[in-house]
Design a protein around this ligand. Structure first.
Ligand code: O7E
Length: 216
């Protein structure tokens, strides 16, 4: 997966209209966006289809899927039918649940990203003690794509060591949450950035500043 400028835009905006307004200005410098619950719960999965059709970009659906295998299969099926290229899946629910998403993604020609450790402070409470085991589980399952935190680079480095150099690692937490773009890219293949871009008075300038600050 080649992510243009190593930046994935998190389109956590409340309307498709707003998402389109942002993408009209930024799409020249991006080829991958992440769409999650904020937009899809407000506007439906049509928002995924619309962004995909309008900009031809890669859409990663961030539904942090964490249910039993049978339900995960239905969630994954609906997501890929809407046009998603990839789906983000929680690892803590166990191998069978993640495998259900992986199989459904493969059936649709799509991919999954396995979420190991999250970027917020609360991730240290329950998730951190098992996050490296989640990464190991992903490797055992043959999963290629992972998500790890830019807010704890020591942990991101450990995740990279477990999944190996050939795996694809994306990292949220840059900007508002405190992570640094270039430092994160020492371990991650691409960063996920939301508020630092779409809440800025000048999103084009905000995106360009991040691009200028990283080695491509
Ligand atoms: O802090 P922001 O505004 O730059 O947005 C970060 C985005 O990454 C936002 O959509 C949030 O839901 C997501 N995210 C995290 O911030 N931390 C995580 O640990 C995981 C994610 C995420 O995207 O998970 C799947 C990649």
């Amino acid at each position: 997966m080649e992510v243009k400028n190593k930046i994935i835009l998190a389109l956590d905006v409340p309307t498709t209209r707003k998402a389109i307004e942002i993408m009209d200005n930024l799409s020249d410098n991006l080829n991958t966006v992440k769409i999650g619950y904020p937009l899809v719960l407000a506007e439906g999965l049509e928002s995924v289809t619309r962004i995909k059709e309008e900009y031809g970009c890669r859409v990663i659906c961030d539904f942090k899927v964490a249910d039993i295998p049978a339900t995960n299969e239905k969630i994954a099926d609906a997501t890929f039918k809407a046009g998603a290229d990839a789906l983000i899946v929680h690892g803590f629910v166990g191998e069978d649940s993640a495998a259900s998403c992986l199989e459904t993604a493969t059936k649709h020609g799509g991919e999954i990203f396995l979420l190991t450790e999250m970027s917020h402070p609360g991730a240290a409470q329950f998730l951190q003690p098992v996050s490296m085991d989640i990464a190991r589980m992903g490797v055992k399952m043959g999963i290629h794509n992972y998500v790890g935190p830019s807010t704890r680079l020591d942990r991101l480095k450990k995740i990279r060591n477990i999944i190996g150099e050939d795996s694809f690692l994306i990292s949220p937490g840059v900007g508002v949450q405190g992570g640094d773009p270039q430092d994160t890219l020492e371990f991650a293949n691409a960063i996920i950035v939301g508020r630092s871009i779409y809440l800025d008075n000048d999103p084009v300038n905000a995106l360009n500043s991040i691009i200028d600050s990283i080695e491509l």
